[in-house]
Structure formats: C-alpha cells, structure tokens
Design a protein around this ligand. Structure first.
Ligand code: HEC
Ligand code: HEC
Length: 343
C-alpha cells in the first residue's frame, strides 16, 4: 500500500463532507462565489494536480508549470512540457479563480472544468490522450478508491477527472495579504486598531495611493483581480498573438488578453501573456511610456478623456504605487500546506 494513501484511511463510500472555504467575514471580495466543494473531491484533485502520470512520459505534472511558491505560476518565461517542448505563452497564476468565466490568456475555455482537461492533451504540455489517462487511472493501485470515495462511482470518467481538478483549483483562495486587511479598514469592515499591529503602519501609504492607482478599473481594487475582462495593453501595433479574437472573431479583440490578477505579483514574474517584462518596474514603465495607441485601447486607461492617466504619473507616485502593490503578497497562501504537494 502506498504510504500517502494510508493516511487517508479509505474504507468504502461513506458520503462526502462539504469543503467550506475559510476566508474571514471581513474579506472584501465581491467576486467570491459559493462553490459546492467536497473534502474528498478537493483532496483527489490535489493528488491529480501534483501527479506526473497525467503526462505521456510521466515527467510533467500541472504543478511543474504552476508552482505554489510562485502563486501557482512558473518563473520561466515559457514553460517546458514533455520531452523538452517549450510553450508559446507565459504560464498563469491560479488563485481566486472561482468566479472567473473564461480561462487562458485568450479566454478560449468557457469553464474551469473544460480548461483542466486541455493541458493534459496539449502536445506542448502533457500530451496524453484522455482515454490513455482513464486507463492509467483505472489500473492505478489507489485512484479507483479515491474516485469512489469522492463520487460514489466505480467508474473513472473524464467528467469526474475534470470535476476533481476544478474543485482543487477552486479551493485555492488568497485572502490574507496585508492589503486585504487595509482594504477591510477602507470599507469599514474592520477598525484600524483591529488589524495586526505590524500592518497598521502601512495605512497612510495605502490610503494615499488609492487616488493615483489607475489600475483599479481593470485589476479591480477589491481583489486586484480582473477576472472576466479582456483588454489590449498596447504592447504591439499589430499583435502577433490574436488573443481574445479567437473567441469572438471581432477584429477589435485582436491583441486583447485576460486581465490577470496582480495579487502576489512579487512572486509571479515574468509578466504579460508572453512574459516579456521581467520586473514590475518594466510593466509600469510600459503603462507610463510604452503603450501604443490603437483603436481598441480601452477608455478605462483615460478615465474618459484622451490622456492616458498612467502617462502623467510622477516617479514619486510610481514608488508609492509599488509600495502598495507590495502589500498584495499573501505569504499564508504561498506556503499553506493544504495546497502543497501531497505525495
Ligand atoms: C507545460 C506547462 C503547463 C502545464 C503542465 C500545465 N499548465 Fe496550466 N497553463 C500553462 C500556460 C502556459 C497557461 C496559459 C496558456 C494560454 O493562455 O494559452 C496555462 C493556463 C492555465 C489556466 C488558466 C488560468 C486562467 O486564469 O485563465 C489554468 C486553470 C491552468 N493552466 C490549469 C492547469 C492544470 C489543472 C494543469 C494540469 C492538468 C495544467 N494547467 C498544466 C502552462 C501549463
Ligand atoms: C484597461 C485595463 C487595464 C488597466 C487600466 C491596467 N491594466 Fe494591467 N493588465 C491589463 C491586461 C489586459 C494585462 C495582460 C496583458 C497581456 O498579457 O498582454 C495586464 C497585465 C498587468 C500585469 C502583469 C500581470 C501578469 O501576471 O503577467 C501587471 C503587473 C499589471 N498589469 C499592472 C497594472 C498596473 C500597476 C496598472 C495601473 C498603473 C494597470 N496594470 C492598469 C489590463 C489593464
């Protein structure tokens, strides 16, 4: 018997226990939905996420390209899949995904359940046909019991694999960054003296920066997470990567990409869909000086006028903006053992 399995104490289907997301009542995130998760499926999804046998040559797990200490992204500009194959886009961080409606930089997956089966079959990533995966899992010493425990089913199906992986991803919640406490103070859910004393000193800089952060409309302030928006940041006059155009077929969407969360940015470099910027300074420099004006550039960059707001930021404002962005690193989530490798 494999030792990690022994600790699960499996003995037949006994019904499932609801998995309650444990974010605090003061957590200001209007985007968090109420997913129906079970302990058994989340745990199974976690095993699958860290299991290299989901790839053709058993060398690559989801976690290769989505590493917890990097908020579940990859520090490499382009990740390496099976047989040394190199991908075409930068990996994405996987945090607070529960209410997102579209997945991938170009939004081509319409649900998490649809998305999670795609890297398994992707030639550049895990390159394993799903039928082969189901055969492997059915023959595995442990997985049939884990699927039965989670779903009361003797048969392992694509739908169940997708559900378990998606449930694990939905359980990954970031709510304990210093900025979460400050945000709760800002909207009156907590008093300043109620937050951890070491964080209280950040209040003045947090408050001062709110007015100058022109990032909110997209990377929404509640979560700094723009889960369902696609925008062009003016990186290229004619985008080499079609982006959201593949979903809508609308020319105006060429070069638009999913607005990523900038939560935990201090560990998610490099940045943008093609990982072109290695530091946050380079990203902000782009917003200040590098944006190419194109017909599809969002009015959100301008607050209604024609001047792109970020072009007017002073160096001091940028420094203060970076100081605030620093407060979005959630050490608790980055090290929480419930998201770590269970093997
Ligand atoms: C070889 C590297 C690699 C592997 C292995 C990999 N991914 Fe990814 N993942 C990426 C890249 C790169 C993207 C962005 C791709 C794109 O936009 O076309 C991505 C995107 C995602 C997204 C979209 C996030 C969002 O905000 O839209 C999810 C979810 C995800 N991966 C989950 C998984 C799961 C689950 C597995 C394992 C079954 C997995 N990935 C395996 C590299 C990888
Ligand atoms: C109109 C919407 C919009 C506004 C306003 C905006 N962004 Fe972005 N941001 C995006 C999009 C879209 C991307 C992804 C672009 C790409 O990959 O090509 C992005 C990417 C980023 C990234 C890289 C994240 C990653 O994981 O790769 C950072 C950091 C970032 N923005 C910070 C900011 C800051 C700081 C501001 C305010 C000065 C800001 N953004 C304003 C839409 C916006």
């Amino acid at each position: 018997m494999i030792s990690w399995f022994r600790s699960l104490q499996y003995s037949g289907y006994k019904g499932t226990r609801p998995y309650i997301l444990d974010f605090p009542a003061w957590f200001v995130n209007t985007n968090i939905g109420k997913p129906v998760l079970t302990h058994e499926a989340v745990e199974l999804g976690r095993f699958l996420f860290y299991d290299k046998s989901l790839s053709s040559d058993s060398s690559v797990a989801c976690a290769n390209c989505h590493q917890q200490k990097h908020a579940f992204t990859d520090p490499q500009r382009f990740s390496t899949g099976v047989k040394g194959r190199v991908g075409r886009r930068n990996s994405m961080h996987l945090v607070n995904l529960l209410s997102d409606q579209r997945f991938f930089w170009d939004g081509r997956a319409a649900s998490l359940e649809e998305q999670v089966l795609m890297p398994i079959q992707d030639y550049l990533e895990m390159d394993l046909p799903l039928d082969e995966l189901l055969t492997r899992l059915a023959k595995h010493p442990i997985y049939p019991a884990l699927f039965e425990r989670a779903y009361n089913s003797k048969q392992i199906t694509r739908k169940l694999v997708a559900d378990a992986l998606a449930q694990f991803l939905k359980s990954i919640i970031s709510h304990s960054a210093p900025a979460d406490y400050l945000r709760a103070v800002d909207v009156g859910k907590l008093k300043l003296h109620e937050i951890p004393p070491p964080l209280q000193k950040h209040w003045p800089v947090y408050q001062k920066s709110l007015g100058i952060l022109n990032c909110g409309p997209c990377h929404t302030l509640a979560d700094i997470h723009g889960q369902n928006m696609f925008e062009d940041t003016g990186l290229e006059a004619v985008s080499k990567d079609a982006g959201y155009y593949v979903v809508t077929g609308n020319e105006m969407d060429r070069g638009k990409f999913k607005v990523p969360s900038v939560r935990n940015w201090s560990v998610t470099a490099p940045y943008m869909h093609d990982g072109r910027f290695s530091t946050i300074e380079l990203v902000i420099d782009h917003y200040r000086r590098g944006m190419i004006r194109k017909p599809n550039i969002s009015p959100l960059y301008t607050h209604g006028g024609s001047q792109i707001i970020t072009e007017t930021l002073t160096d001091a404002q940028v420094a203060s903006m970076i100081a605030v962005l620093e407060l979005y690193t959630d050490e608790k989530m980055l090290t929480d053992s419930k998201y770590s490798n269970p093997f």
